[in-house]
Design a binder for this molecule. Structure first.
Ligand code: BG6
Length: 508
């Protein structure tokens, strides 16, 4: 069910594995801090950070405060508020591979519960390298820690597997210890404000449904472009590539939200059933056809906002002859009644001209033009533009008469722009998602079959790309819109990628 502010939240202990990592500092702790400021955390809560490095509680808290001051959307923490929040945080150095460490968590949790005179929900957040997910789960089960099905949850970050086989193995492993209702697989795009709004927009407005199909929609574009390169994540990225890093999860989930049938209600499983149906309906692509529907690229050096930047192969921890793609564009067809014949174009890449995520629904042209044949006065097809970030808006582009004595047409926008709110005014995806885990709502999390169905979609492309190396990498310069053949991919169907000028052109 959609969350409301009056939901009862139980006392909670959150154990963060990987507590000294980037994700904890940049996203998890700032999100929890903001939830605390909004009075959304239970009164009785404790955060236990753990990693191999030794810290005192104090030192650890100081490092988190630096993270908040640098990364929180609300800016620097206020002394008193931070003091109160941080009193809920402790740190314990631990060896993830050693069951004894988990028994120490058990003692801590026991003490807290005695103090609170209440049992707590216990959440394990795996903000660690994926090869440790199973070790953590197994050691939880071997230790004294209770695995109460109603109160224990495990949060798994992406990447969830590196292909279909490994994702299936990981699911099978986790499911021997936890049941599906205890597993929260994160795709942080699902927690973004505008992405959640697509559901409201589609399913809370009668006028949308009659238009939302092959009769009125010509094609859909889903675009997530980034200005940044791989930064300090070269060793992870060089083994992954953008197809695994972005398309298998974030972009396919956006496609699901656009294409899904209305669920019966907002029950987590009913919503996820509808998304899985979309993934299953995506047309399978024969290896011989991949070059016709998918394009890959790798960035070279260039200049970004006055600074010279390296090409991908010169980034640290990236192999000098790497064949890993940093850009991908592709076309999918969804074989069902609603979408037959409507292409869905997806593109994403690093070191592109700007950072922007949007979905564009391009409607068909009017069937008959009653206006003049003057090219300047032809009615343009309507467009629905869903800007996810950095601008947040949902815009309908409609044709209208230009005020004046003549009947001339002009494209106008009907815009819902969050009343001028920007990304920094709205809850960060991690705030929404963490609150959902705390309150036990799985709607915005990936179910086992959903992750596997998404891998099934990309596997043919992944295999083909792995078996057929590119000889012309790097094939796009930094600060461009990607390789030229990405234009050709869409141009041969008579369309073009739509780039939106936005208000705050800057790094997201
Ligand atoms: C992550 C990817 O999942 O999403 C990163 O691993 C990418 O490579 C990031 O930069 C983009 O997320 P956002 O929220 O900044 O658009």
């Amino acid at each position: 069910m959609p969350r409301t502010s009056d939901i009862t939240i139980h006392p909670t202990v959150l154990i963060i594995f990987g507590a000294n990592g980037d994700l904890t500092k940049r996203k998890i702790i700032p999100a929890l801090y903001n939830l605390f400021l909004e009075k959304r955390l239970p009164e009785k809560f404790a955060i236990i950070g753990t990693s191999r490095t030794k810290f005192s509680d104090e030192k650890y808290r100081d490092s988190l405060l630096e993270g908040i001051n640098e990364f929180s959307r609300k800016g620097k923490a206020k002394e008193e508020e931070w003091a109160e929040f941080s009193s809920h945080i402790s740190y314990q150095a631990a060896d993830i591979n050693n069951v004894d460490s988990y028994n120490e968590f058990y003692s801590k949790i026991k003490t807290l519960q005695e103090e609170w005179k209440q049992n707590a929900s216990v959440l394990y957040y795996c903000a660690v390298s994926p090869d440790l997910f199973c070790t953590i789960a197994e050691n939880i089960s071997k230790s004294k820690l209770e695995n109460d099905k109603d109160r224990t949850r495990i949060i798994i970050e992406k990447p969830f597997g590196r292909d279909l086989e490994s994702a299936k193995a990981l699911n099978a492993n986790l499911l021997t210890i936890f049941n599906e209702q205890q597993i929260y697989r994160i795709d942080h795009y699902l927690g973004k404000e505008v992405v959640q709004n697509v559901m409201a927009f589609r399913f809370a407005n009668t006028i949308m449904e009659p238009l939302w199909n092959r009769t009125y929609i010509e094609h859909v574009q889903i675009s997530v472009t980034e200005q940044i390169g791989v930064e300090n994540r070269g060793s992870y990225f060089d083994n992954a590539g953008i197809l695994r890093d972005m398309i298998q999860n974030h972009l396919l989930q956006l496609l699901c939200i656009v294409a899904m049938e209305p669920p019966v209600n907002f029950d987590a499983d009913l919503v996820r059933d509808r998304k899985v149906e979309v993934l299953k309906a995506i047309r399978k692509i024969a290896p011989g056809m991949i070059d016709n529907i998918a394009v890959r690229g790798q960035y070279g050096s260039g200049w970004v906002e006055g600074k010279e930047v390296s090409g991908y192969r010169e980034e640290s921890d990236v192999s000098a002859d790497s064949n890993t793609e940093t850009y991908a564009a592709m076309k999918f067809h969804i074989d069902n009644w609603r979408w037959q014949g409507v292409p869905f174009y997806l593109r994403t890449g690093k070191r592109l001209f700007e950072s922007a995520s949007h979905i564009i629904v391009q409607f068909r042209e009017v069937p008959h033009n009653i206006f003049s044949n003057d090219e300047r006065n032809l009615p343009k097809a309507n467009r629905l533009i869903i800007s996810i970030q950095p601008d947040m808006a949902i815009r309908f582009q409609l044709e209208s008469k230009t005020p004046g004595l003549e009947m001339t047409l002009n494209t106008v926008n009907m815009t819902f722009d969050y009343s001028g709110k920007t990304k920094t005014d709205s809850p960060e995806a991690y705030e929404t998602l963490l609150l959902d885990v705390i309150s036990g709502d799985q709607t915005l999390f990936m179910r086992a079959d959903q992750v596997e169905a998404a891998w099934e979609v990309v596997m043919p492309i992944l295999d083909y790309w792995e078996n057929n190396k590119m000889t012309n990498f790097p094939n796009y310069p930094a600060n461009s819109w990607g390789p030229e053949n990405a234009e050709a991919l869409i141009a041969k169907d008579g369309f073009h990628w739509i780039n939106l000028p936005h208000k705050n052109k800057s790094k997201q």
